[in-house]
Ligand binder design. Structure first.
Ligand SMILES: N[C@@H](CCC(=O)N[C@@H](CS)C(=O)NCC(=O)O)C(=O)O
Length: 366
């Protein structure tokens, strides 16, 4: 197998050493170090009910390409499942380890995605725009008939699943972006994005002490605030699951397995904050959340791909994951997870996370 390439969170060289003097977030000047900056998604076309960008909502037309390792892609996997879009939008899973051609379909027996017929996700990017100036990233939505990438705009994909794909939602699908709560959801998500979702990357890929410390403090300050917010309410906004919970979950579920050690986000472990730990377990045990999580893919990706921060590529054996299956008691706070709707049914067999990626219950008795 070709060796994994060392790459940043988004395949760019952001965060990589550079010789230009620049101001760090702690106000000092650093030489040879730049703070981590996430690149913008290059392809921001939207798939909408009215097809205004040329991409109308249509069952069976699009393929969602993800890595189960990636928190941004995992949002899309969770929302697709909660909304029951599995039959409308098919799912392609990449190998958690990229090589120098980026995401590849080496989990398939012949190394080729069976629907798109390609070996590398970059082929769908190339079909859309030859030599575009950016990295290849997941999540990506590909138009099956033309083989072209439609969008890699991870911030918009899930919002569109919730609001533009309504005609194809399953009966009983929750409203993940309810109109009356959008303003509050957007405010909560902005803080979660800056300090938590992207904050762990700012800490992990910092190449200067000051940048790392600023990201670390922002992250744990925000986690403290979220812990207080969630101490007497089951979900982040309103009394049902929303897009905001999906976005917080995808970082929390990776926290102890990768961010705490690998990204040096170690003021406390998730499991040491009783509120956030119970909140994360509650979501994990809710159909549509934990049943999409592959801890094996997550650990393989982070520890083996980021050789700049883990040069040996050794993947730690811990932590013990059995705690994810223990009681959370969050139902005592009330809340109606799916509002007037219902939980999604079982995961389609072809999309089940293999046992290697799931926690095993702790042994009982002696
Ligand atoms: N920056 C991405 C956001 C999503 C993202 O960063 N995905 C990561 C995986 S978690 C990725 O695919 N990175 C490209 C790479 O590592 O080659 C975008 O522009 O859409």
């Amino acid at each position: 197998m070709p060796p994994p390439t060392d790459r940043g969170a988004d395949g760019t060289t952001d965060g990589a050493p550079d010789d230009t003097p620049h101001a760090t977030t702690d106000g000092n000047t650093a030489y040879g170090k730049k703070p981590f900056k996430r690149s913008k998604s290059h392809f921001a076309d939207r798939i909408t009910a009215d097809g205004r960008d040329g991409w109308p909502v249509e069952a069976g037309r699009y393929r969602l390409v993800v890595s189960r390792a990636c928190p941004w892609a995992s949002r899309a996997v969770i929302s697709r499942r909660l909304l029951g879009l599995e039959n409308a939008i098919s799912l392609a899973l990449t190998d958690p380890i990229q090589d120098d051609r980026s995401w590849r379909f080496t989990l398939e027996p012949d190394g080729r995605d069976p629907v798109l017929g390609i070996h590398f996700l970059s082929e769908a990017y190339d079909a859309r725009e030859k030599d575009y100036p950016g990295g290849v990233s997941v999540p990506a939505v590909v138009d099956v008939p033309s083989g072209q990438l439609v969008t890699n705009d991870y911030q918009q994909i899930t919002l569109d699943f919730a609001t533009e794909w309504q005609a194809l939602h399953r009966p009983g699908a929750p409203d993940l972006y309810p109109e009356p709560l959008r303003e509050e959801i957007d405010v909560v998500m902005a803080g979660v994005y800056r300090d938590v979702n992207n904050g762990v990357y700012r800490a992990g890929f910092a190449t200067g002490q000051g940048d790392y410390e600023a990201a670390f403090h922002d992250l744990f300050r925000r986690l403290d605030l979220l812990s207080v917010r969630l101490s007497d309410r089951r979900y982040l906004v309103g009394d049902t699951l929303t897009e905001a919970d999906i976005r917080l979950f995808t970082t929390l579920v990776r926290f102890d397995a990768v961010y705490h050690g690998h990204f040096k986000c170690n003021q406390f472990k998730l499991a040491e904050d009783p509120v956030l730990w119970a909140y994360a377990k509650d979501l994990y045990q809710t159909p549509g959340f934990g049943d999409t999580v592959d801890f094996h893919h997550i650990k393989q990706h982070y520890y083996r791909v980021h050789t700049g921060i883990n040069p040996t590529g050794i993947v730690p054996l811990g932590p013990d994951l059995s705690g994810w299956l223990t009681p959370h008691y969050r139902d005592e706070l009330g809340g109606r997870p799916f509002g007037d709707g219902t939980p999604p049914g079982p995961v389609p067999t072809a999309e089940e996370v293999p046992p290697s990626g799931r926690p095993e219950p702790a042994p009982t008795g002696f």
